[in-house]
Design a protein around this ligand. Structure first.
Ligand SMILES: Cc1cc2nc3c(=O)[nH]c(=O)nc-3n(C[C@H](O)[C@H](O)[C@H](O)COP(=O)(O)OP(=O)(O)OC[C@H]3O[C@@H](n4cnc5c(N)ncnc54)[C@H](O)[C@@H]3O)c2cc1C
Length: 317
């Protein structure tokens, strides 16, 4: 029986592990079998994580977080959790080899996934001109020509934000009207740096070591044309990784795990959630890390209160 099981090895999971381990709770952390280190493994330069004035490569930052968690005796398992049972006082999670692991508390920090276009070179050029995060990467595109794909509020927000840096921002959209709210649309329409390319999808992304352009395909007649670009921002949605907890934890209308106020407490006592899986708005490494801290402290208090109750009950016998 473990005190705390942490599911996820992104900034939220590793930060929760550092705090829980330093509190002597010997956390068991499931890092997944393939995506160890979380979303930052898919990027190159991270310039906005405090403490690294020269910037740091995403994978190096995650390696450092992992080393810090291990230094304080976090046990890391390179496997996925495939099932969870939060119904009783003892929480049970099953790893992909079928082993059931038990703990008094669970921290759920599985992150979220940006939707992809599904193109051959999308992953290869991630961090080399292809991005899912204007806040993270806009700064790298000063005086460049870039495009945003999408037609919702976040696409309009990203396009408008990116005009602070880029000389030209195309918005590529599959239809001839936007899903975005009227106010966000108007802000984008009024921006002289933004040009809309309607009724178009992207059929290929080009570039050897850096994005050089895309092939646009008309959604009306299928014709193709080339568009030279320095960068491509994909803003077609984001899915919190909650499939294991559907029907087991309360979710918000945005699909994230619901937590009580600023805490990490979910609808089930003893289950805490942290990072992008609870965050529909900010989704940054530092906010995920801060959220991991909150979860570790909440779990620590929960376990201490539980131990106290047990001691009181034992003394009363
Ligand atoms: C390309 C890209 C670039 C970015 N650049 C920046 C940047 O420069 N600065 C910045 O602040 N933010 C950046 N972000 C955002 C940042 O990466 C995220 O906000 C942050 O990683 C979220 O941390 P997290 O711990 O909540 O989740 P994640 O990093 O997504 O980690 C979740 C972890 O949980 C694991 N997991 C999921 N399900 C299971 C399971 N069932 N069993 C076991 N493990 C599981 C996953 O494999 C993953 O390791 C970027 C994001 C992307 C996609």
């Amino acid at each position: 029986m473990h005190q705390i099981i942490i599911i996820g090895s992104g900034p939220a999971g590793f930060t929760a592990a550092i705090y829980a381990a330093r509190a002597g709770l010997k956390p068991l952390l499931f890092a997944s079998s393939v995506a160890i280190g979380g979303e930052l493994m898919n990027t190159t330069e991270v310039e906005n994580f405090p403490g690294f004035p020269e910037g740091i490569q995403g994978p190096d930052l995650m390696q450092k977080m992992q080393e810090q968690a291990e230094r304080f005796d976090t046990e890391i398992v390179y496997d996925d959790i495939t099932e969870v049972d939060f119904s009783g006082d003892i929480k049970r999670v099953t790893s992909s080899d079928g082993t059931v692991h038990e703990a008094h508390a669970v921290i759920y920090a599985t992150g979220s996934a940006y939707r992809k276009l599904g193109l051959a070179d999308e992953d290869r050029l991630s961090g080399h001109g292809v991005s899912w995060c204007a806040t993270c990467d806009g700064f790298f595109f000063r005086e460049k020509t870039i495009a945003v794909v999408g037609g919702g509020d976040s696409a309009m927000e990203e396009a408008t934000f990116l005009t602070r840096f880029a000389d030209k921002v195309y918005v590529i959209h599959r239809r001839d009207e936007l899903k975005a709210s009227k106010i966000m649309q108007q802000r984008a329409f009024d921006n002289p740096k933004i040009e809309f390319i309607w009724n178009s999808g992207i059929s290929a992304i080009h570039g050897e070591s850096q994005v050089t352009g895309v092939t646009l395909q008309s959604t009306v007649d299928g014709t193709e044309r080339e568009l030279a670009l320095d960068g491509l921002f994909i803003a077609i949605g984001n899915d919190p990784r909650t499939h294991l907890v559907h029907g087991k934890l309360e979710l918000t209308s945005e699909g994230t795990i619901a937590v009580e106020g600023r805490s990490s407490r979910t609808s089930v006592p003893g289950v805490f959630a942290a990072g992008d899986v609870i965050d529909p708005s900010y989704r940054q490494a530092i906010t995920a890390a801060g959220s991991g801290t909150v979860a570790a402290l909440d779990a620590e208090h929960y376990i201490a209160a539980r131990d106290q109750q047990e001691a009181t009950a034992a003394a009363a016998v």
